[in-house]
Design a protein around this ligand. Structure first.
Ligand code: ANZ
Ligand code: ZN
Length: 859
């Protein structure tokens, strides 16, 4: 187009081809040599999506900033390459998942290069390569040898479409599989578990030490771990068995009217063998949601209240779907008077029975159920009546302890981690099953247990179980014929330790080196999607703590925590158009974009309804990062994605706004061009003069913006502010050039600083500007030291505002404290060219001077 047109895209292309600046060597004397900046590694789907663009722009920007600050930045990337999608995609296309994954990685590497992301490729890892999963297996065996990996029969969620077991968290609130959408069935199977419950207490309480984590993430973790303080009590029955139940309200013990057991409770399962009605009840109710209030009274089974003197067996026992089998002891002491659920259950199952109230508020009316935990025990509590609930909880627990029928207990909601998957594309569990020896660890020297190649995938079930060569082996312990485990591991296991491997990527003897991990863990800044706030982070914390507990690294300073600062980046939402007359989503080609402000629906001429929503194929609102980069260049794309929203908030992607960024970048390049000839002579003076008020103001504004930018990088991570401060710096320099009242040496020094500090966000534009100033030569790292912040200069002059009869009339610049007395002020103002006309032939009645205000009152 015009002669002034600057092609940002071409600049990006040009500087991409030059291998980016050499990594600076850091003086080894510095105590803060290394900094570890890590973005969660991607799943190699083959397509870099907009979320990746956002997260890697953030991490690369920080990477480049800390390099400029003189750190040795560890900024690796890898591939979270196992998992169902690869297997499914492979099934659809009939290709080997290994081949498919490898191709995808190659494609995504190219796309990462497009966005100028600068990673330590020598630290790359891929979880589906034997070099990596060998060590995932080794870590599994370390858990196994300490009893922290074990097999047990468990009721599991079975996805009938994918033919696999799902973790609880992969089942949504409607009981559907998160992947296939099928209604999940319950099934009993022997499964591998990891003993995360053992670490529940530390995982909860060490959250307090994570001061640089967002509080919402910590709250979610806390909730997930779910600590409750209460009492576990045991009920004697009219048979030999005891029934345990966990309660947080042992003060309601005198209100117990029934015991409710989960349907999978051993006592219920046992009773069902002799009671076909119960068996039928279990069968028809096992998929009921927890809010159901039905129950089935177990025949001929009664309990006694542990505190009642007579110890009559008069408490009935029910099988009830509302009791969660996997929580506490899978049993509830039913107190209809003091618990909402128990009340409804009792009213429904025993409508003619009374409700026995034992706790009341201190004063005033109340209704049943009275579920508040504050109150006083009433006369039904016998000798304990009059106690507060809090006092009663303490005393009753002691009484139970003395009788050997209970004790205080801390209960966690967190359950052991089910890692078995009946799938091909995962890390094989390195165990051999021997009839004589039981499950035996594969000896270290036989690791990895490699995934056998498949000749065409069967469409259902677990393919490994059908490969005889894989399954049949001998027991490492006794030598008899034995069978290999055919389950593979949950991919969260692969991602629970990868940040250690990045630190010792070529180490062949162990998952990582003690010294490397001890030196560089925890990760200084970990960046990723908020969708990983619970599971991935919890599992990573668990494995890190476990590895610290067995001395694999020294994590004492940070309680074995893997991530010091956590940044959760928000989602990117796409612009979505809806046809108002039928509510349908509109495709881009159904819209006429020729109007400047808003598009029209081609077929009807109507205005569409515009909103921003999560990108999806069905809404036609997706954005391909590769498209955007090839239209606007990598620099503008990076700056745009940072500028549009704070990193932890939703970003509403509006491509039209990128012109603002383009204009700014063009202005920076024009400034560089304007000073290209004079640069050499002007830059020589390292301390240009600061004489005039304009120069002092310029200097002060420049350095306060620079201070704000530095602070945004180092503390607040407010990267949108960084970009807006870049723009302000650019304006400031342009204004100074225009005004002509700032020494050019000062301007050029500031321009050079501007070009330096934009590098983390827009690296190729920065390098281009330097090459303009350097007459075609490329800049080197000497140009990329982060500028030292200079102190603000106090000006000797003050700009006095002169107010005459309440109106601001003029500015009178003068040395501070120039006035001695009021008459002198008036004389000086009368002789000032700007002020004199207001005072001409006027008598001044009064003068008030306050700070930089001079107020005159005329006669
Ligand atoms: C008696 C009681 C009386 C209760 C009362 C509450 C109020 P949190 O705080 O979540 O730990 N409970 C125990 N095990 C259960 C299970 N497997 N399934 C369903 N509910 C179970 O909750 C603890 C409370 O949840 C326990 O205290 C128990 O009911 C119930 F006025 O015991 B409570
Ligand atoms: Zn054996």
């Amino acid at each position: 187009s015009t002669a002034h047109h600057i092609d940002l895209l071409a600049i990006g292309e040009k500087w991409k081809k030059k291998t980016v600046l050499p990594i600076p060597t850091v003086s080894k004397k510095s105590p803060k040599d290394d900094i570890y900046v890590l973005a969660m590694f991607p799943y190699p789907s083959g397509m870099l999506h907009i979320g990746h663009l956002r997260v890697y722009t953030i991490s690369d920007t920080l990477n480049r900033f800390y390099q400029m600050k003189g750190y040795n930045v560890i900024h690796p990337i890898g591939w979270d390459a196992f998992g169902l999608p690869a297997e499914n995609a492979a099934l659809e296309r009939g290709v080997d998942p290994a081949v498919w994954t490898k191709q995808n990685i190659a494609k995504m590497k190219q796309q990462l290069a497009m966005m100028l992301a600068n990673f330590n490729w020598d630290r790359e890892l891929t979880t589906c390569y034997p070099e990596y999963y060998k060590f995932t297996q080794e870590i599994f065996l370390k858990l196994f040898k300490r009893g922290l990996a074990y097999r047990k029969e468990a009721e599991i969620n079975w996805d009938p479409v994918d033919q696999t077991v799902l973790a609880n968290e992969q089942v949504d609130s409607e009981g559907r599989s998160w992947r296939s959408g099928a209604i999940v069935e319950k099934k009993q199977l022997r499964q591998w578990f990891l003993g995360i419950e053992t670490f529940a207490h530390e995982l909860l309480h060490d959250l307090d030490k994570l001061q640089e984590w967002p509080s919402n993430v910590k709250a979610m973790q806390k909730n997930w771990i779910g600590e409750s303080h209460g009492t576990e009590l045991r009920f004697k029955t009219n048979t030999d068995v005891l029934i345990s139940a966990f309660t947080t309200r042992v003060d309601t013990i005198f209100s117990i009217q029934y015991i409710a057991l989960a349907l999978d409770h051993p006592i219920v399962q046992d009773a069902a063998k002799k009671d076909t009605d119960l068996a039928q009840f279990i069968n028809s109710n096992k998929d009921l949601p927890n809010n159901s209030k039905t129950g089935y009274q177990v025949k001929r089974l009664y309990c006694s209240n542990p505190l009642s003197a007579g110890a009559e067996f008069n408490i009935p026992v029910f099988a009830a779907p509302y009791v969660v089998g996997k929580y506490g002891s899978g049993a509830v002491m039913g107190c209809p008077a003091h618990d909402e659920r128990d009340y409804e259950f009792w009213k429904n199952c025993m409508p003619n029975e009374p409700v026995i109230c034992t706790v009341e508020p201190k004063s005033g009316d109340f209704e049943l159920p009275y579920a508040s935990e504050h109150g006083i025990l009433n006369s039904n509590a016998g000798e304990l009546s009059g106690l507060t609930t809090k006092e009663a909880r303490k005393i009753i627990t002691t009484m139970l302890e003395q009788k050997g029928l209970g004790e205080s207990k801390t209960q966690y909601r967190l359950r052991d981690w089910l890692i078995s998957r009946q799938r091909y594309w995962g890390t094989p569990i390195p165990i051999i099953h021997c009839e004589a020896c039981g499950p035996v660890a594969v000896p270290d020297e036989d690791l990895p247990v490699t995934l056998p190649k498949l000749e065409g995938l069967p469409s259902k079930g677990n393919p490994l179980a059908n490969i005889n060569d894989f399954v049949n082996t001998t027991c490492p312990s006794c030598g008899s014929p034995a069978k290999r485990e055919t389950d593979t591991m949950d991919t969260f296991m692969d991602s629970s330790w990868y940040f250690f491997r990045h630190l010792s990527p070529d180490h062949a003897k162990a998952p990582f080196k003690f010294e490397d991990a001890t030196k560089n863990m925890p990760v200084n800044i970990y960046i990723g999607g908020v969708e990983h706030s619970i599971l991935h982070l919890l599992y990573a914390r668990f494995i890190s703590k476990f590895l610290a507990s067995i001395g694999m690294w020294d994590g004492r300073k940070h309680a074995g925590e893997p991530f010091k600062k956590l940044v959760t980046q928000g989602m990117v939402h796409g612009k979505t158009y809806v046809n108002p007359s039928n509510g349908r989503f509109l495709k881009p080609d159904e819209l006429d974009f020729s109007r400047k402000d808003s598009p029209l629906i081609k077929s009807t001429g109507e205005l569409p309804v515009v909103s921003y929503e999560k990108m999806s194929k069905s809404k036609y609102n997706g954005v391909d990062p590769a498209d955007c980069i090839s239209k606007y260049g990598p620099d503008a794309t990076r700056a745009h994605i940072l500028f549009q929203a704070p990193i932890d908030e939703v970003l509403m992607w509006d491509e039209t706004k990128i012109v603002g960024i383009e204009r700014w970048l063009t202005r920076v390049i024009k400034l560089a061009r304007a000073f290209s000839i004079k640069y050499d002579s002007l830059i020589k003076d390292p301390t240009p003069p600061l004489e005039s008020l304009e120069e002092i103001n310029f200097h002060n504004e420049f350095y306060s913006l620079l201070g704000s930018i530095t602070d945004s990088f180092e503390r607040s991570l407010s990267l949108n502010t960084v970009v807006s401060d870049y723009m302000k710096l650019t304006n400031l320099i342009e204004q100074a050039v225009k005004s002509g009242s700032v020494d050019e040496k000062l301007i050029v020094k500031s321009l050079q600083h501007l070009i330096t500090v934009i590098y983390p966000v827009v690296p190729s534009i920065s390098e281009e500007c330097f090459s303009i100033l350097l007459h075609g030569k490329s800049p080197t790292w000497t140009h990329y030291k982060w500028p030292r912040l200079e102190g603000l200069k106090e000006s000797k002059t003050v700009e006095y505002k002169v107010i005459i009869d309440g109106k601001m009339r003029c500015i009178y610049p003068s040395e501070k404290g120039f006035f001695q007395d009021k008459e002198q002020v008036v004389t000086l103002l009368r002789s000032s060219p700007k002020c004199s006309k207001y005072l001409h032939k006027k008598t001044v009645k009064n003068v008030i001077i306050k700070n930089n205000l001079i107020s005159l009152v005329l006669e």
